[in-house]
Design a protein around this ligand. Structure first.
Ligand code: PEP
Ligand code: MG
Length: 923
């Protein structure tokens, strides 16, 4: 027997205590539709939602797949849904006596605020308007205002945008209608829209219709059904509008999702002084405080609240601010309705177990709920809400941990530009957001000026094409760093992040004119030395002038501390920090680092107090004989030991991975005459001989040159000095009864033979130090960075000698992609714009490429040594997605800049919830 196939259901009704759909159907009904169904139909809610129906996202897909046509069944489904609405409201769509008007709104799976279209008051025409006047108790002004709004909105959204008409001279129909309204106001001397009389509005309606015919060549449709279908098609068309496409690209929303359309009976907040409309949050979205917070406008439509034309009044005393404190609250004005609204918002939050953003309307003394959705919140509020809801037992520990986006924590850790001020200022340039937070300062163009100005108490921002290690002092003294070149792991970016300093790199909108001491930005803006600029390092935005900063003290934030306690109960992978000084180590410890995953010893040669060790290093570099070199190394030794010892001491028995010297030597060679002179005198050689030696160190590709372990192979005495410093520092601490656990790490290796070679030095020095100190044993590990693809491929052999691997994903990415980490800013934007790459691989691990190498290396290494400790110390160690990846592939720890430690801890906890590991916690 043949069975009849049931037609696809494209229309889901809600209202009158019932709904076809529910909250779990977001993919089909969109966020708004699913929540309307939930509010209207869930047995625990059944809230006063005006009835309506949702046309599914599947229909949007159908529409585009079928040359913008609809399936036959749709008409019947829509007509049936309209009848249901009519039964509930007691009104009739298109009826002259008692007409039902509807709104037509978009609603994608994820909210895309303001990106798609809405048409209100659909169903109004020259005839039904009489019915609307009667419904409103003879309020003609209200009815004609609604009609005027419909005509303008419909002409704009459906007839112009929906049809893809490009307005002539860029002046759309909406603008033209607006101008007509303004002209009437001007002529009659009205200050605000509400001064318009019924006759004015009637005349405007006629004028709008004439203009539409003239400009668009067709009449405004007076048939309610035509309006409804036209509105629906316009919403679907707006899914592929320019704004929506761009927004999806930024938010990574797939194009094929489509939008739903919600058609709902209109209720009016502008029917008189017993009507109002408002937006509210179940908790304060700015601070997270558990207090009902919102705004409303008497005798107004929803769009008036959002558009900000009239200053809204507070719903209660708690919501008052400087502009609204003298307004009457809803609580005072309509106490019974406020009480009803208050109870509903409580129920909504309890039901959804999260802060809700709600829209409501009161029409002639009756409350309606128009929308609810999970409310957006800033980082501070997110942390407070998550921990307080956990304490209130509204949510469990896992939900609490998942509630805060790792990057939201940044807002708690760093000062920010005042967000209100920022909204009002034009952006003069945009670059890569290398160091988050906000900063303001006066522009300087050299490191020396930064140091000098800062010493006089000036706040400065160092603006450079790019930075080098020689700039470190100035960078340190500056409030922030702005470079025109470089990528996310360029020198400036790396250093700034390490300090938690605001930094923007690769800012191609700027042109520096060093001689004139100026830079040129967008739109002809020229900034001179000494003038103020402000940076938003979180978004990579540059502003002219000095903007206020909002400061945050993390130690005082109890919610943050509470959240971190929860995080530590859940996470499984260890989190360490990359540190360069004992002070960094202290900061890292404060932020909860469980060890140091990368201690770059070369830091002692930059910045404050570096004169002497740098001089000794230079001596060592240009030495010609081993004897000379050893003499210089001898002098260097004490500096290295002191730094290592202080850091081990701060970390008090937690592991400290000390990397042997890595950078190419030429980076440390002096170039200015005076310093060369000093060196030549000290070494007892002529300037010309010294110059020749310096020249000999020049390399075409220093990143692929004489650096890392290659130095230790050419000059074993360099390794020997460092190893001695590490062991003696450890021994001295042990003798003082302290705990110390060094991990010696060899950088830039590509073959196990390099590791064997260096290990011999380690073994020999170890015995010598034991003998000298009389200790029986000094605890330590010997391992390597994996930052050359070959090292990952040969991981099984590397693990024969190494106790641990630490993936140096900065160099691994550079060497595997063949992209210079310092120059990627020059072409990366083209790659991202054209979707050739979806993300900057120096910011987040390229999981399918570099990630494969990391997985392969880890697995192969552990075949040789099942307990091989594996970590990561590239900048990716602080990127939430990369942390999650490292968790999933079974790494023991991630290591990142001190300021990113809390972010990595949270990401680690979320990874443990999303894909729990069987093994216990690791460090
Ligand atoms: C790396 O290459 O990932 C790394 C951590 O080392 P550096 O950034 O110092 O080259
Ligand atoms: Mg490296």
């Amino acid at each position: 027997m043949a069975t009849l196939k049931k037609p696809v259901k494209y229309v889901y009704s809600f209202g009158g205590g019932k709904a076809d759909g529910n909250e779990s159907m977001k993919n089909l009904l969109g966020g708004k539709g699913a929540n309307l169904a939930e509010m209207a139909g869930h047995p625990q809610l059944r809230l006063p939602v005006p009835p309506g129906f949702t046309v599914t996202t599947e229909l949007c897909t159908y529409y585009y797949a079928n040359k913008k046509t609809y399936p036959k069944v749709l008409t019947q489904q829509i007509n049936e849904a309209l009848v249901k609405m009519e039964k509930i409201t007691g009104k009739k769509f298109g009826d002259v006596k008692n007409p039902m008007l509807v709104s037509v709104r978009s609603g994608a799976r994820r909210s895309m605020p303001g990106m798609m279209e809405t048409v209100l008051n659909v169903g109004l025409n020259e005839k039904t308007i009489q019915g609307v006047i009667a419904q409103s108790g003879g309020n003609e002004r209200f009815a004609y205002d609604a009609y005027r709004r419909l005509i303008m909105m419909y002409a704009d959204v459906v007839m112009e945008k929906g049809m893809g008409i490009e307005p002539k001279g860029g002046k759309g129909i909406r603008k033209q209608c607006d101008e007509k309204l303004e002209a009437v106001k001007r002529k009659k001397g009205y200050a605000i829209d509400t001064d318009l009389t019924v006759d004015d509005l009637k005349a405007l309606v006629a004028d709008y219709k004439k203009t539409i015919k003239k400009v668009l060549g067709v009449d405004f449709p007076d048939d309610p059904m035509e309006q409804l279908w036209g509105g629906m098609s316009a919403v679907f068309a707006s899914w592929n509008g320019k704004r929506a496409i761009e927004y999806r690209r930024i938010e990574k929303i797939p194009d094929e999702w489509g939008t739903a359309v919600n058609i709902q009976a209109m209720v009016f907040g502008n029917m008189g002084d017993d009507s109002c409309t408002g937006v509210a949050f179940t908790r304060n979205p700015g601070s997270g405080e558990n207090k009902f917070y919102g705004e409303y406008l008497v005798n107004a439509q929803g769009e008036d609240v959002v558009a900000g034309i009239r200053t809204p009044a507070p719903v209660n005393d708690y919501s008052k601010n400087a502009q609204s404190e003298h307004f009457t609250s809803l609580e005072k004005l309509m106490p019974a309705l406020y009480k009803e609204l208050y109870a509903i918002q409580k129920r909504l939050e309890k039901h959804y177990k999260d802060m809700q953003d709600i829209e409501f309307t009161i029409e002639k003394g009756k409350l309606y709920m128009l929308q609810c959705r999970v409310g957006k919140r800033n980082g501070v509020a997110a942390v407070r809400m998550a921990t307080e809801m956990y304490k209130e037992k509204l949510i469990d520990i896992k939900t609490a941990v998942m509630r805060v986006g790792p990057n939201q924590l940044v807002e708690l850790l760093l000062p920010m530009l005042d967000p209100e001020k920022e909204k009002t200022q034009p952006v003069i340039a945009k670059g890569l957001p290398a160091g988050p937070g906000g900063a303001k300062g006066r522009v300087v163009f050299t490191s020396e000026d930064a140091v000098e100005w800062a010493s006089k108490g000036e706040k400065v921002i160092l603006v450079r094409e790019e930075t080098s290690p020689e700039d470190v002092d100035g960078m340190h003294k500056a409030q922030a760093i702005l470079t025109t070149k470089g990528g996310m792991t360029s020198h400036a970016a790396l250093v700034a992040r390490g300090w938690g300093k605001c930094c923007i790199v690769g800012c191609g909108d700027l042109e520096i004119h060093a001689d004139a001491k100026t830079f040129h930005a967008k739109d002809g803006v020229v900034i001179k030395e000494g003038e103020w600029i402000s940076l938003n390092g979180t978004r990579g935005l540059v502003y002219e002038g000095s903007m206020g900063l909002v400061d945050i003290d993390i130690e005082k934030n109890q919610s943050y501390k509470d959240l971190m306690k929860l995080v530590d109960q859940v996470k499984q992978i260890g989190v360490r920090a990359n540190c360069e000084t004992p002070e960094d180590a202290m900061t890292a410890f404060k932020f909860g680092a469980e060890g140091i995953g990368l201690f770059r010893t070369e830091h002692m040669f930059y910045g404050e107090g570096s004169e002497e060790p740098l001089f000794q290093l230079r001596k060592m570099i240009v030495s010609k004989t081993e004897k000379e070199r050893r003499a210089a190394l001898n002098d260097l030794y004490k500096y290295v030991k002191k730094d290592v010892k202080n850091t081990l001491n701060v970390m008090n028995g937690h592991p400290v991975t000390i990397r042997l010297l890595d950078p190419p030597l030429h980076e440390f060679v002096p170039h200015d005459k005076e310093k060369l002179h000093h060196l030549s005198k000290e070494l007892g050689i002529s300037m010309s001989v010294l110059r020749r030696r310096v020249l000999a160190l020049h390399e075409n590709n220093p990143m692929l040159g004489h650096r890392g372990v290659r130095l230790g192979i050419s000059y074993p005495e360099i390794t020997e000095m460092q190893i001695r410093a590490i062991f003696e520092a450890t021994a001295e601490l042990m003798k003082q009864g302290k705990k110390a656990l060094p991990e010696i790490m060899v950088p830039v290796t590509c073959t196990v033979n390099e590791l064997i070679h260096q290990k011999k030095i380690v073994d020999q020095v170890y015995l010598e130090v034991l003998e000298k100190t009389g200790l029986k044993k000094i605890p330590y590990l010997y391992g390597t960075m994996i930052e050359i693809p070959r090292a990952a491929l040969k991981a099984a052999q590397m693990a024969e000698v190494a106790d641990f691997f630490s993936f140096g994903t900065n160099d691994l990415t550079q060497m595997s992609f063949g992209f210079s980490r310092d120059d990627i800013g020059g072409f990366l934007p083209n790659y991202l714009d054209q979707k050739i790459l979806l993300d900057d691989p120096f910011q987040t691990i390229d999981q399918e490429g570099i990630g494969e190498l990391i997985k392969f290396g880890t697995e192969r290494g552990r075949i040789t040594k099942p307990n091989l400790k594996v970590g990561i110390c590239g900048e990716h160690g602080g990127d939430p997605e990369s942390v999650k990846f490292c968790h999933r592939i079974g790494m023991n720890y991630v290591s990142c800049s001190p300021f990113r430690v809390p972010i990595a801890r949270l990401a680690a906890a979320q990874a443990a919830i999303e894909s729990p590991r069987k093994i216990a916690k690791t460090k």
